[in-house]
Design a protein around this ligand. Sequence first.
Ligand SMILES: NC(=O)c1ccc[n+]([C@@H]2O[C@H](COP(=O)([O-])OP(=O)(O)OC[C@H]3O[C@@H](n4cnc5c(N)ncnc54)[C@H](OP(=O)(O)O)[C@@H]3O)[C@@H](O)[C@H]2O)c1
Length: 320
Amino acid sequence: MVKLDFDLERDVPELTDKVILITGGTHGLGAATAKMIANRNATKIFITGRNEHAAQQVIADIKATVSNTEVNWIRCDHADLASVKTAAIEVSKEPRLDVLIANAGIMALPPVLLLATTNAGPHKGLTKDGYELHFGINHLAHALIIRTLLPLLQKTARQHGEARIIPISSLALVLAPRGHGIVFKDLKTTQAYWLLGKWQRYAQSKLANLIYGRELARRYPEILTLIADPGPSNTGLVSSLGFLDKAIVYLGNINRFLDDDQGHWNQVWTVGVPKAQAQQGELYEPVGRLSNGYTHWCLDENLAARLWDWTEEELKPWLA
Ligand SMILES: NC(=O)c1ccc[n+]([C@@H]2O[C@H](COP(=O)([O-])OP(=O)(O)OC[C@H]3O[C@@H](n4cnc5c(N)ncnc54)[C@H](OP(=O)(O)O)[C@@H]3O)[C@@H](O)[C@H]2O)c1
């Protein structure tokens, strides 16, 4: 196990008055982040996801502590942009939004799964709007949430001194397709043709999370964007994998695996790090360790600009 240096009370100041949105806050790292942040008394936390029962459990767990934080669940299905837009509009009614943690995600799902239920449910490899499942859920849905909430984040930064976006990426991005990084021409197919298939589709989406975050940082310097790699830990994302895929995760992360209660530390750290000590648009490894990115794609400004333009084009109908 890795030894990490993180202390909530030392590293995260009281979050009084702050409003925080955590996508995918019903399970895993998002739920753990919500519970930890509530200990620093944020005024309000929104968690999103599809599973109401799990959301109510997170809310009950927080209510059972001494925290004064109000926690609300908003139903949101990232595989359906209409649902994503409705959820983002709900948050946009708040007078402020201090932190947006873009955390929800799926990993290494087969291109078509009609019978079994995974964390994406039975699916045909495409989102309702026709995008490859990982790219649609992990990247495009988050881009719609971020773009819808940018005016509120900008207003918050103007009125209260700062606002943050924290996209969650992963070292797994090193598996993104060689020679491309992102295969734009096939993002509206199941992309069921690569050797490592489901891992490359996940990697492509996690690369998108990182470079879209870098582009946000360049375009909106008034908002602090810090990209977090949580590091590997045993959430539902990992435990729901089959034997071979679990072996890939465990063997690929020997000496990196975190304790079950540490996986969310890095993203909580990015919420608390003083703005003056944080580097805009940079990637942080656990905990609070500045990373130079894992492959040349991470620093490729042309690829980031192309992703930005592609995303804007796809979201046009939703942003009009
Ligand atoms: N765990 C790791 O080792 C690890 C390592 C590196 C990066 N990460 C990243 O960390 C983030 C969180 O992962 P985790 O480990 O906490 O996974 P998890 O335990 O499986 O939780 C995933 C969360 O995402 C939500 N989600 C999944 N599909 C969704 C959809 N279609 N619409 C809306 N919400 C959806 C789930 O909510 P509902 O089920 O309620 O919809 C759940 O709250 C992901 O972005 C992942 O890529 C994880």
